[in-house]
Design a binder for this molecule. Structure first.
Ligand SMILES: CCCCCCCCCCCC(=O)SCCNC(=O)CCNC(=O)[C@H](O)C(C)(C)COP(=O)(O)OP(=O)(O)OC[C@H]1O[C@@H](n2cnc3c(N)ncnc32)[C@H](O)[C@@H]1OP(=O)(O)O
Length: 160
């Protein structure tokens, strides 16, 4: 959903430092999502392969729970663009079913469930290569006015 008038940065440029997906964030996760449609509902779905190192460790050998929440938050947020909506997370619930291992390819998926006005309800899952469900989440995103997003963040303006 670019909104470039040749002077303002695009949404992708504004989001370039996103911790989860921004290519310009040297300490970020650099997640990349493929988008498709759910075969039954036709709703937008996104998928990413995740393979994390000890930088993100919580329990020895496993991903930190806060990082797993980050994965879900980001995956679900990626559903808003195909819905032509700018939205932020209002509520999220995470079920940690099994420890999620480091150094293994895991599959992160998210699907749009339903919309009620400004409220977008999404779900997300993390599976291992054997197809075991490791963790799952439900998220409520609220459509926002694009003016809420500052177009030029600098360290000075951020108070650093
Ligand atoms: C450049 C690229 C940018 C891209 C921008 C997006 C980047 C995405 C990055 C990844 C995602 C994130 O991490 S985003 C960062 C984390 N999230 C945030 O920081 C958001 C902080 N929160 C807020 O700013 C605000 O709460 C908003 C804007 C989300 C919503 O505020 P609001 O407009 O006042 O709305 P509010 O009344 O609070 O709630 C809206 C409706 O939700 C209902 N509601 C609230 N909680 C629940 C609940 N648990 N279950 C059901 N319904 C609920 C309320 O009753 C209400 O219903 P009704 O009365 O209307 O019926």
């Amino acid at each position: 959903m670019p909104m470039n008038d040749n002077s303002a940065p695009t949404l992708d440029e504004q989001a370039g430092h996103c911790f989860a997906c921004g290519p310009a964030n040297p300490q970020g996760l650099h997640l990349h999502f493929d988008r498709s449609e759910h075969p039954e509902t036709g709703h937008p779905t996104v998928t990413a392969t995740v393979n994390l190192t000890r930088i993100y460790e919580g329990p020895p050998g496993y991903i930190h729970g806060g990082i797993i929440a980050t994965l879900f938050d980001e995956a679900m947020s990626k559903l808003n663009r195909p819905l032509d909506t700018l939205a932020m997370t209002r509520h999220m619930e995470v079920d940690y079913l099994r420890p999620s291992p480091l150094y293994q390819d895991l599959t992160l998926t998210a699907t749009h469930e339903r919309r009620e006005g400004r409220k977008l309800f999404h779900s997300a899952q993390l599976h291992n290569a054997e197809g075991t469900l490791l963790a799952q989440a439900e998220g409520l995103f609220i459509a926002i006015n694009p003016a809420m997003i500052p177009s030029n963040i600098t360290p000075e303006k951020a108070g650093h």
